[in-house]
Design a protein around this ligand. Sequence first.
Ligand code: APR
Length: 272
Amino acid sequence: MVGVMQSPAEDLIGRAARDLLGAKYAIALTGAGISTESGIPDFRGPSGVWTRDPGAESRAYRSYDRFIADPKKWWEERLSAPSVLGDLSSVAPNEGHFALVELEELGLLQSVLTQNVDGLHEIAGTKHLIEYHGSFLKLRCVGCGARFARDDYDLEKLKEEGKLPPACSRCGGMIKTDGVMFGEPIPEDVARLSVAEARRCDLMLVCGTSAVVYPFADLPRIARSRGKSVTIVEINAEPTPLTNEGISDYLVQGKTGIILPRIVAEVKRLKT
Ligand code: APR
């Protein structure tokens, strides 16, 4: 049969699989788009949280200022208001998360740097994970930077006793949610590790992010500044500034929950 005309995406899936097999140090960057197939809305996609409620976005921009101004009031409001992402306690990883776990288990992916706070990469089994914007499952001391599981503190009891914000059990400093708010500095450890990964990788997958929020969106640009020694592959439902500015080498357009497993399947086919 004359060569089957493959769809552009098929060609690019094969190309991404070959790039992964040829890479010495591949990493993956992810955003809210990888979690939409788990039922968690993204922010700027067609039905994103900010798309549907621009007021929520402008309120979010002031959240850190409100925390600094009155941590007790901020905590009381936080414990009574639902997350903009909805109830995260019952969501589960999807095929996109599991595909990245499989690449890590195959030794083809060295780390995942996520903007997501939903904890799904950790739940899926990713071992080398950098939660760039923190995790809703954790708390963090603004004094010493120590992180705690959310359940390490009885927040409702502290609220009833008027003892919010929680006091760090290590240094006595003020504890906040681990999630990084707009205007809040990225925790130093996470910032340093992420830049090191962007400088070290020779392949960067950028999955499910609009790449418009900084400083995370700097990471592909740091990689690109190293010239053609790095291949940057986007896997996203739509083109982004990384696509349009030629920061990424190519975009495999579509759903991460479909494309990533197909890349893994192609990797395994090529490895046999
Ligand atoms: N597969 C692939 N791409 C998807 C999918 C999917 N199933 N669903 C959505 N997308 C794409 C959207 O089209 C969009 O380009 O993922 C991207 C998600 O972009 P955003 O909603 O802006 O999310 P993100 O890039 O993670 O936002 C960064 O902004 O509000 C802050 O702190 C928040 O961490 C977040 C940061």
